[in-house]
Design a binder for this molecule. Structure first.
Ligand code: SAH
Length: 394
């Protein structure tokens, strides 16, 4: 068995079942393991901590599969995948109002580097670590056996694969080629998802519950959906009885898809308008024109990609939140999000509070928001929580 021996005292995080071993914690590697190969992880005193996957090119040298003497293999993956899938059963089986669900959420399901989303009859996988890549064929065979589906597609077009020394990889892994658009149902709303070209694996499944909350909060309101993408929140607001929704996004194709999604839900085209424009500039333009709204959604892309971008990202979050608060009518609601894992919850809350001070608005937080429960966070892996949001009122 190939072995990784840690430096003295560096076993603490593994004893707490945190799956990452960084290169700086390693004293010695025995047996020259290849990318993704199983290694036994030991303390400096020779005590076995568990087994993981070796990532020779990455700073994150080992990701743990087990914290016991069990070695990862087909039986291990069968058990872990079955557990993850069955824990989603309340979302999946016989639930006609939701057929798009994250069934494997990487570290938080005990499977570092593996993400699997189900969109109706198709599964979409991302393999982001050397270890997950190493077991790809095994994982696909198990998924095809356990989850009733027509096809399994890969969307490993992830920049993080470079850090693992792997190139991007996309395409059919098993079964039938998926159609251009897969129609999904989310809490009763219909969306078309392009799993080949859409963001992430095709859709922002993590915002499901927050979209539903926006839906029930939208009745008779004039809504501004900033960073609308394919209309996730806009459809929810319109289905929930919003008087009118302005969808704002810099991507023309995303807005075209949003339009198709709105019409699939039987909503007339006099209730919304599409604006292909930059959010930072458009918010300023609305303010200059004295335009105002009753409900604003800010769901921007990740402004903080790494730790050294926190300050720059904080300024961007503050900027859009401040102007949004300035153009919110009294009694108006702001739903504001950050999907940057490096942005701590409390810092985000402070940024929004500062934005309210600068905007001269008294802001109350009504609810703290996060990712939907099919994106669980293992208690031993707090990094699994990345999406944070606030439902606020002025
Ligand atoms: N709210 C969406 C997801 C938003 S993804 C949902 O629930 O599905 C982020 C979106 O922001 C993308 O569609 C991207 O095109 C858009 N975007 C990124 N930077 C932008 C900018 N400066 N102005 C306008 N849109 C922007």
């Amino acid at each position: 068995m190939k072995q990784v021996i840690l430096k003295q005292g560096r076993e603490k995080s593994i004893l707490r079942k945190h799956p990452w071993v960084f290169s700086g914690a390693i004293q010695k590697v025995n047996g020259n393991p290849g990318p993704g190969e199983n290694v036994e992880v030991l303390t400096s005193g020779g005590h076995i901590l568990g087994h993981g996957a070796w990532s020779p090119q990455s700073q994150m040298s080992v990701r743990m599969w087990t914290y016991t003497d069990e070695i990862a293999g087909p039986e291990f993956f069968h058990r872990k995948i079955s557990q993850a899938v069955s824990s989603r059963s309340s979302f999946l089986s016989g639930n006609l109002t939701n057929n798009a669900v994250r069934i494997i959420h990487s570290e938080s399901d005990g499977l570092p580097g593996l993400t699997v989303d189900q969109y109706g009859d198709y599964l979409v996988c991302q393999f982001s670590s050397a270890g997950a890549e190493h077991w790809k064929d095994t994982v696909v065979a198990i998924l095809s056996e356990i989850v009733p589906c027509k096809g399994i597609f890969e969307r490993s077009d992830l920049s993080i694969r470079k850090k693992e020394g792997m190139i991007e990889s996309t395409g059919l892994l098993w079964g039938e080629e998926p159609p251009e658009f897969i129609e999904i149902v989310e809490d009763g709303r219909k969306y078309q998802v392009n799993i080949r070209a859409g963001h992430k694996t095709g859709f922002y499944l993590d915002q499901r519950d927050n979209r539903t909350l926006v839906g029930v909060s939208s009745k008779d309101r004039e809504v501004l959906d900033c960073f609308s993408y394919t209309g996730g929140f806009a459809v929810a607001a319109l289905a929930g009885g919003a008087r009118h929704v302005t969808l704002l996004d810099s991507s023309g194709p995303a807005l075209s898809q949003a339009e198709r999604n709105i019409s699939r839900n039987g909503i007339s085209d006099d209730r919304y308008i599409l604006m292909e424009a930059d959010v930072f500039q458009s918010l300023r333009k609305f303010r200059a024109e004295n335009r105002s709204f009753d409900l604003i959604i800010l769901d921007p892309p990740k402004f903080v990609e790494s730790r050294n971008q926190i300050d720059k990202g904080a300024r961007a979050y503050k900027d859009i939140n401040m102007i949004a608060l300035q153009i919110l009518r009294p009694g108006g609601l702001l739903f504001t999000f950050s999907c940057s894992g490096h942005m701590e919850d409390l810092l985000f809350q402070k940024i929004v509070a500062d934005a309210a001070l600068d905007a001269g608005r008294e802001l109350k937080i009504l609810k703290w928001l996060s990712q939907a429960p099919d994106h669980p966070v293992a208690a031993s892996f707090p990094e699994g929580k990345y999406l944070k949001g606030l439902m606020t009122i002025v």
